[in-house]
Design a protein around this ligand. Structure first.
Ligand code: TXA
Ligand code: MG
Length: 350
C-alpha cells in the first residue's frame, strides 16, 4: 500500500471544504460522529470504497454503513417499512443504523454493501459529520476509523495511531461524546437487533410498542422481505465477528478478584479483592454511571494497551441500558482471537 501524507486538521468551515474535496476526489476522510470516529469514502465510488477496505484491512465481505444528512436522503437508498419510519423519525439524527432492502437504482455500489441486497443507513448527530454530509451531498460509507478488528477510535489521536499514512485527512472535532457504535436494527419483516449499541434496546421497544428479536447468526431466508440479503446463509451483521474490538492485552470479564500482574478496569465505587495489587487501574465510572462508562470504554482499552499491560481484569457491568452494548464489546474483546478471519485482504487498487 503506498504511504500517503495524512493531514490532521481541527474542524472548521475550511476543513469541511477540504473534506468535501477529498471525498469528491475519491479520497479517505476520517471525521467525528457522536458514537465513534468514522472513516469516510464516497459510497458511490467503488474505487474509493476499495481503497477504504484496503486502508482498514477490512474483509470485503463485511458491508459498510451509508451515512446521509437526513431521512429524505436515506429514502433515496432504501425501502422503509412502518417500523423503519417510526425509528427514523424519532431517533434520527442519532446513533441508530437501519438495515433495509436496498432500492433498485440505489447509487451505493455492490462493493460497499458486499453484494447484499440490503443496505445499512444512518443519519449521524454530530455537527461536524452533519456539515460534511451536507456539504458533500452524496452518501458516505463510514466504518469506524480503526484497523479491522481493533478497538474503535473515539478521538482524532486514536485514528492517527491506526491509520496515519493510509488516509488523506483526519478532521479533529474532539472526543466522540457517546463512545460506543450505533445500535443496528434490521427492518426486513420482523424488526431485529443486529448489534446492541448507543441507543438502548428499551428505547427502541418503547417507541415501536413491541419487543424486538435479537438476530441469530443467520436470518431465516426470503420470508423476511430482504430477499437474498436477509437470508441465504448470509450472516446478518457480517461485522459481528466473535473476536472484535480487541485490545492487544488479554481481557477477562466479570472479574471479582484481581490476580497479580493484571491491570484492573473497574466500574463503580467498591473495588474487587486484590485491586490494591493491580498493575494499573482505570475506573470506567467511579459513580457507576453507564453513560460515562460507555464514553470511556474504548479510550481506556487503548490507554491500557499503550501502557503495555498484558492482561486486563474487567469488573462486572450491569446488563441494562448502555450496559448491554458495553458487555457485548467486552465479550468480543475477551474472545479468542481468530486472526485468520481478518487476513482475508480486500483487493488492492492498482
Ligand atoms: O456508530 C457507528 O455505527 C459507526 C460510525 C462511524 O457511524 N460506524 C460503524 O461502522 O460502527 P462499522 O463498519 O464499524 O460497523 C458496521 C456494522 C458491521 O458489523 C457490518 O457487518 C454491519 O454494520 N452491516 C453493514 N451493512 C449491513 C447489512 N446490509 N446487513 C447487515 N449488517 C450490516
Ligand atoms: Mg467497526
Amino acid at each position: 500500500m503506498p504511504v500517503i501524507a495524512t493531514v490532521l486538521a481541527q474542524a472548521s468551515p475550511r476543513t469541511i471544504e477540504q473534506a468535501k474535496s477529498a471525498l469528491s476526489a475519491g479520497g479517505l476522510v476520517a471525521f467525528p460522529t457522536e458514537t465513534v470516529y468514522g472513516l469516510g469514502a464516497d459510497a458511490t465510488n467503488d474505487r474509493a470504497v476499495a481503497k477504504l477496505y484496503a486502508a482498514k484491512e477490512r474483509p470485503s465481505f463485511n458491508p459498510l454503513i451509508a451515512h446521509v444528512a437526513d431521512l429524505a436522503a436515506a429514502r433515496r437508498l432504501a425501502q422503509f417499512d412502518v417500523d423503519a419510519v417510526k425509528l427514523a423519525e424519532a431517533l434520527w439524527p442519532g446513533p441508530v443504523t437501519l438495515v433495509l432492502p436496498k432500492l433498485r437504482g440505489c447509487p451505493v455500489g455492490q462493493l460497499a454493501t458486499s453484494g447484499l441486497d440490503t443496505i445499512a443507513v444512518r443519519v449521524p448527530n454530530h455537527p461536524v459529520a452533519r456539515d460534511i454530509l451536507t456539504a458533500f451531498g452524496k452518501p458516505v460509507v463510514a466504518p469506524s476509523a480503526n484497523r479491522s478488528g481493533r478497538v474503535s477510535p473515539t478521538s482524532a489521536k486514536h485514528v492517527q495511531a491506526d491509520l496515519a499514512g493510509r488516509i488523506d485527512l483526519i478532521v479533529d472535532g474532539g472526543a466522540s461524546p457517546v463512545g460506543l457504535e450505533s445500535t443496528i436494527l434490521a427492518c426486513l419483516g420482523r424488526t431485529a437487533l443486529l448489534r446492541p449499541g448507543a441507543t438502548p434496546r428499551a428505547i427502541v421497544e418503547r417507541l415501536l410498542g413491541h419487543d424486538i428479536a435479537v438476530a441469530t447468526p443467520t436470518l431465516p431466508s426470503p420470508a423476511c422481505g430482504g430477499g437474498k440479503g436477509g437470508g441465504g446463509g448470509q450472516p446478518v451483521a457480517p461485522g459481528m465477528l466473535t473476536s472484535h474490538y480487541a485490545p492487544r492485552a488479554a481481557l477477562r470479564t466479570n472479574a471479582i478478584t484481581v490476580a497479580p500482574g493484571e491491570a484492573l478496569l473497574a466500574f463503580g465505587a467498591s473495588l474487587p479483592q486484590g485491586a490494591g495489587n493491580a498493575q494499573m487501574m482505570l475506573n470506567l465510572s467511579g459513580r457507576g454511571d453507564l453513560v460515562e462508562a460507555a464514553a470511556n470504554l474504548f479510550n481506556y482499552l487503548r490507554e491500557l494497551d499503550g501502557a503495555g499491560v498484558h492482561s486486563i481484569a474487567v469488573m462486572p457491568i450491569p446488563d441494562e441500558g448502555l450496559g448491554e452494548a458495553i458487555n457485548d464489546r467486552l465479550r468480543r474483546a475477551a474472545a479468542p482471537r481468530h486472526r485468520a478471519i481478518h487476513m482475508t485482504r480486500p483487493q488492492r487498487v492498482s
